[in-house]
Design a protein around this ligand. Structure first.
Ligand code: HEC
Ligand code: HEC
Length: 387
């Protein structure tokens, strides 16, 4: 009788198959990208702790702030996800068309809370917004899953998709935003900030009042210097090593897994393409070279072109960089199935509402959506929920 392999070998093979399966199973929300080196994985884990770290006035919080940790606003369904916090931005559009981001007041984010010491010193409960701003905008807290891949998409890809003069006459004229120094922007709803690490670093002073090596100044409260004794900690309140770890956590967050493509989802995906949603929500981008192997030359199914589009007067709020009040970055749709509020200020409670609010350059796609028969609309929405 021919002998089969000993049981232990079979068991080993089974374990290997299981390990392979675990390896190939796409990462869940909040998990790191597959293929990190052991050191990168370690940095992700360390960065995750700092992302969750709750600051107090004694460790650098405030004196003006919105919340005490990154994880307080980016937490659903896990760290790096979305949040129910909605914050206030404001800028000033000058008569010559220049957009003043209010740098002298600490930028467009107006903090909604103050430390007890600042309250006692100045008698205020939030950062006052000057009367001469031209608009305010509310901003809901988005998820950051897969954003390291978006960071690794080369500028040349954005330029190749842009069509500021609408030369192809499809009524859609995406263009990149530019930061103050002229670099192409892509992060934030107005695509103002060029790189993920700059956005992360800026979030420490903007959201937590925590000073960094790049922003070592607590600034003023509407021009009034912070009274002595209110913020006794020496600047910067977070060092570059910790910042680098937070960057690695955010950069290595995997895109959330998309749902199994059922027949209805495939039908919805086809309709999404046919009615022209993909003119802005470009299904797939490719990353370029990157010092991190897990980010280099990858596909990212983010459903965005990272460009600005005029969305019409109903959605308009602030200007920022080159973005006019009605221009917004095509919101990446990856992770949509994890969200419960939609559009830049969270005004839409359902996906249908979010699509219904599309105006400006997106109006004809919206009208084509509205003229679909109910079963087609349902398929399209099911596709969106699967992202
Ligand atoms: C008070 C809530 C709050 C806190 C705290 C907060 N964020 Fe955010 N975050 C937001 C909001 C709101 C936006 C959207 C801003 C916009 O659209 O301009 C955002 C956007 C981002 C983005 C860009 C996402 C995109 O769509 O381009 C990154 C990256 C980010 N946050 C990282 C961080 C990090 C890192 C921290 C901690 C240092 C942090 N955030 C703390 C609310 C918060
Ligand atoms: C002209 C470009 C353009 C076209 C065409 C377009 N969108 Fe959008 N879409 C945007 C922009 C820009 C936003 C962000 C608007 C905001 O936040 O106020 C957005 C946001 C969304 C959102 C909300 C995402 C979120 O997380 O808040 C959904 C859902 C969406 N689009 C679906 C669609 C569908 C479905 C179609 C086709 C019927 C479509 N879009 C066509 C540009 C476009």
């Amino acid at each position: 009788m021919k002998q089969g392999p000993p049981a232990s070998v079979a068991l080993l093979a089974g374990t290997a198959a299981l390990a392979l399966w675990a390896c190939e199973k796409p990462p869940g929300p909040g998990e790191p990208l597959r293929g990190l080196t052991a050191q990168e994985r370690h940095r992700f884990d360390e960065g995750r702790k700092l992302f969750a770290q709750e600051f107090t006035p004694e460790t650098g919080l405030g004196p003006l702030f919105n919340e005490n940790s990154c994880g307080e606003c980016h937490e659903d369904p896990d760290l790096g996800g979305n949040g129910d916090e909605v914050e206030v931005h404001a800028t000033r559009l000058l008569s010559d068309g220049f957009c003043d981001p209010l740098a002298e007041l600490g930028g467009p984010v107006f903090q909604q809370r103050v430390t007890p010491a600042l309250h006692d010193a100045l008698g205020i409960d939030l950062e006052p917004i000057p009367e001469d701003v031209t608009a305010r905008g509310m901003r809901s807290s988005p998820d950051l899953f897969g954003f390291g891949l978006l960071d690794a998409v080369p500028d040349s890809a954005l330029l190749a998709m842009s069509d500021p003069e609408d030369r192809n006459h499809d009524g859609i004229s995406g263009r990149p935003n530019r930061f103050v120094d002229g670099r192409i922007g892509r992060f934030g709803r107005k695509a103002f900030v060029p790189t993920l690490s700059e956005f992360n670093e800026g979030a420490f002073p903007n959201e937590q009042g925590v000073t960094t090596p790049e922003f070592p100044d607590e600034g003023t409260v509407g021009g009034t210097p912070i009274p002595p004794g209110v913020d006794p900690l020496p600047e910067p309140e977070i060092d570059s090593r910790s910042l680098a770890l937070v960057n690695d956590f955010v950069r290595f967050l995997a895109p959330p897994p998309s749902g199994k493509p059922t027949r209805t989802i495939r039908q919805g995906r086809g309709l999404f393409q046919r009615i022209g949603c993909i003119a802005c929500h470009v299904p797939e981008l490719r990353t370029g070279s990157s010092p991190f192997r897990a980010l280099a030359h990858r596909r990212v199914r983010a459903y965005t072109d990272l460009l600005l589009h005029d969305m019409g007067p109903d959605l308009a709020d602030i200007c920022l960089g080159l973005a006019t009040p009605s221009e917004f970055r095509t919101e990446p749709l990856m992770g949509l199935g994890l969200s419960t509020r939609f559009l830049h200020d969270g005004r839409a409670a359902s996906l249908e509402e979010a699509v219904g609010e599309h105006g400006g350059e997106a109006q004809s796609a919206r009208d084509r959506y509205l003229s679909l028969i109910p079963s087609q609309r349902a398929a399209l929405l099911e596709f969106l929920r699967s992202l």
